[in-house]
Write a protein that binds this ligand. Structure first.
Ligand code: ADP
Length: 541
């Protein structure tokens, strides 16, 4: 027997309709190139999104077409996040930090028909323009005065907007219609596209707002530092409209000092970004204190937040850190580390231990850990296995790539490539990415655990651990360390003495290399591929 409830499609335009109806006066503020603030409301956003949907039609964008965006986090990019799916097309966010070859690859692979470009980023796109095959129009906004575009077929965003009205009927009735396309940064091989649907993003949005996840509401002011070109800015642009939270968009101002200023002056309650950004912000706030007491949750994900940094924020700055884990393939949020009742009585240092875990699954996502044979492993907080997930906002295939067993299991789970333990009460703790684990003499060494412990040493600013080949043990850990500015002389012996009480002897790195900077990926994570390459070239250690 079938239920008798409405078959009401879960499309993203419903979220914008809700925001316009219930929260029309809530603000969206963008820090512009010149440092001034652009402000408008959800009502303004609504009307401009409808205009923009008309612009897309005029440019010949039809349902199913892919439309690229190449931009910072700002209000125009937000308009694109709603107008492209609202017109039935697919919003393909392009990572502005991709190497030229990768950028060319993803635009051509997606067959983007139109690309919207932030004028401040024009030179980055112009260098690949002659290799782009399918783009018919480039639409520019925020073009700095005096800058001339070398791209063919360019039109100005505001000219187009001035030429249409804001009467537009949303185009999508089938919730399974594709709405967004995001390529993973492709640590091996070509980047792979993840194609979100209206339904998957709608359900992800609800899951993300849930009190046991980010707990977003109309009392929040959210600052997505995570770029809109990275995993849909973790879905925050949709989650804010659904929950009535105000948005503060940082534009290109991502250095610690302007971020600190923005959090302070805009009274941000939920800033969201990767650990390297929060590490830099912490040092900024220590050097130049600001009032950030209104921050109710510093959301961090993308790589493991070192426990020492969590403790520093919590104890020294009084900031509640909310650790989350996810992947582009998961829309992206999979787990959030909210404490539960049984943690409240714990002494602080044990609370920080829990907060350093990645947390438990957002309702809607199912998780298991398995061994190499694919057998499920126990949730005992000690057994490590590969994390596999399934749920309504998890990819079942990459765009234009047949599913392969290394990504998807025969029984319908996505293989994340992360290795973790799961505690009895459901808290996941990532040990490593499968490809970053150090396999020494048949045992696994967690590079993440060593990095976190090293970064807890006061003389260490950043630390990355990679596996290097070893004749006797197969692989051994090498630590690449950036000393803190006032660290004085750091030695391998001193750092190993610091690690020794907490690790088996065979875990301790055989070699340390001291550097000024650790290379980062396009989304701010330690780039271990580059470190491994440099080591192989004899440039490290
Ligand atoms: P990529 O890093 O390949 O560009 P994603 O941004 O989708 O792609 O990264 C997903 C990966 O990032 C996860 O599989 C995991 O390894 C890592 N990650 C994300 N959040 C966390 C976290 N809180 N702790 C540890 N690792 C994380």
């Amino acid at each position: 027997m079938q239920g008798l409830m409405m078959n009401y499609p879960l499309t993203l335009d419903r979220i914008l309709e809700h925001a316009n109806r219930i929260y029309p006066h809530k603000r969206i503020s963008t820090k512009q190139i010149d440092g001034s603030m652009h402000r408008y409301t959800y009502a303004d956003l609504y009307s401009r999104v409808k205009r923009l949907a008309n612009v897309l039609r005029k440019l010949g964008v039809n349902p199913g077409d892919r439309v690229g965006t190449f931009a910072w986090n700002n209000y125009q990019h937000l308009e694109l996040y709603y107008a492209i799916p609202g017109a039935g097309a697919v919003c393909h966010t392009l990572n502005i930090r991709l190497f030229p070859d990768q950028l060319t690859y993803v635009v051509n692979h997606a067959e983007d028909k139109v690309v919207f470009i932030d004028g401040t980023l024009l030179p980055l796109f112009e260098r690949v323009a002659d290799k782009i095959e399918t783009v018919e129009h480039y639409v520019l906004f925020n073009v700095p005065p005096g800058v001339e575009s070398k791209l063919p077929n360019t039109v100005m965003y505001e000219d187009l907007m001035a030429d249409v009205d804001d009467d537009f009927e949303w185009a999508v009735t089938d919730e399974n219609t594709a709405m967004g396309l995001c390529y993973t940064s492709g640590t091996t091989g070509n980047p792979k596209g993840v194609l979100y649907s209206h339904r998957s993003m709608y359900l992800h949005t609800i899951g993300e707002c849930h009190p046991n996840a980010l707990d977003l509401s109309s009392r929040d002011i959210v600052l997505p530092v995570v770029p809109q070109f990275h995993a849909m800015a973790w879905g925050l642009p949709y989650a804010c409209a659904l929950s009535g939270a105000e948005l503060v968009m940082p534009g290109p101002h991502l250095k610690p000092a302007p971020l600190a200023q923005l959090i302070d002056e805009e009274k941000v309650t939920v800033p969201a970004g990767v650990p390297s950004i929060w590490n830099a912000l912490y040092h900024e706030l220590k050097a130049n204190p600001r009032d950030i007491s209104h921050v109710r949750a510093l959301v961090v994900g993308g790589s493991a937040m070192p426990r020492s940094l969590i403790e520093a924020y919590e104890e020294q700055l009084g900031v509640n850190v909310l650790h989350a884990w996810g992947m582009t393939e998961m829309s992206p949020v999979g787990t959030v580390c909210q404490l539960q009742d049984h943690h409240q009585q714990l002494p602080n240092h044990q609370k920080w231990d829990v907060k350093a875990k990645q947390g438990y699954v957002v309702a809607g996502v199912e998780m298991r850990i398995t061994n190499d044979a694919g057998e499920e492993l126990p949730w005992d907080g000690a057994t490590m296995g590969e994390v596999q997930v399934r749920g309504p906002w998890i990819a079942r295939q990459y765009f234009r790539v047949d599913p392969t067993p290394d990504s998807f299991t025969a029984d319908g789970w996505f293989r994340t490539g992360d290795v973790a333990t799961l505690s009895e009460d459901g808290y996941m703790q990532i040990t490593d990415r499968t490809k970053d684990l150090v396999k020494s003499g048949g045992e696994w060494i967690s590079s993440v655990a060593l990095e976190n412990a090293l970064m807890a040493h006061p003389g260490v600013m950043e630390a990355a651990v990679i596996a290097i080949p070893d004749d006797q043990w197969q692989e051994r850990p090498l630590a690449v360390v950036v000393p803190a500015p006032d660290a004085g002389e750091l030695t391998a012996d001193e750092l190993n003495a610091h690690l020794a009480p907490n690790f088996a002897k065979f875990w301790l790195p055989d070699e340390y290399v001291f550097v000024e900077e650790i290379p980062k990926t396009s989304v701010g994570k330690f780039d271990k591929k580059v470190l491994r390459y440099r080591h192989a070239q004899g440039e490290l250690g």
